[in-house]
Ligand binder design. Sequence first.
Ligand code: GRF
Length: 194
Amino acid sequence: MKKHRLALFVSGTGSNAINIATYFNQHNSVKIGLFVTNNATSPAIQVFQAMDIQCEIIDNIQAADGKFLIDLCAAQTIDHVVLAGYLRLIPAAFIHAFNNRIFNIHPALLPNFGGKGMYGSRVHAAVLEAGEVESGITVHLVNEHFDEGRTLAQFHCSVDQNDTIETLRIKVQVLEHDHYPIVIEQTLNLENHV
Ligand code: GRF
């Protein structure tokens, strides 16, 4: 069977990307073919290099250049892209080239607490500020509007009175690590059967 080849895009520490790469290591139908980051100090770079996965560090001009990103992916015959804490706007040409084949994860229950500027601890601060009793994660496809592509799955956690940004971040990260790879795998499996 032909393997899906995924690219992982990261701006931060890349814990999700590393978790996804570990999950798909030796997988029979999915291979991580490319790691892309606009953060030259991301600790994930060393991990991916050690896993012998092609790593590309891009600058902000390259990140805004759809053709550049398309060519980068084409060179590694990438068929799906996974955003894992990637904070640059994805150029429209790239979204069109990978129509419905770009995954993203948001650390809250969209459509709430999403949109431009809502990332990282800002999301958890807003959830706490709003007095929510639950939060969670949303795995969705990417379109041209921030956090508005089709939702693939959501998973919930409780928000307790004594939660802080940090405790909520950890609860959400546990959900991310448990579910993001599996939602990607299931979505790719479904595609294989249409
Ligand atoms: C995660 O919370 C993810 O939901 C969001 O960015 C964060 C990335 O964290 N999109 P990490 O770099 O994978 O640890």
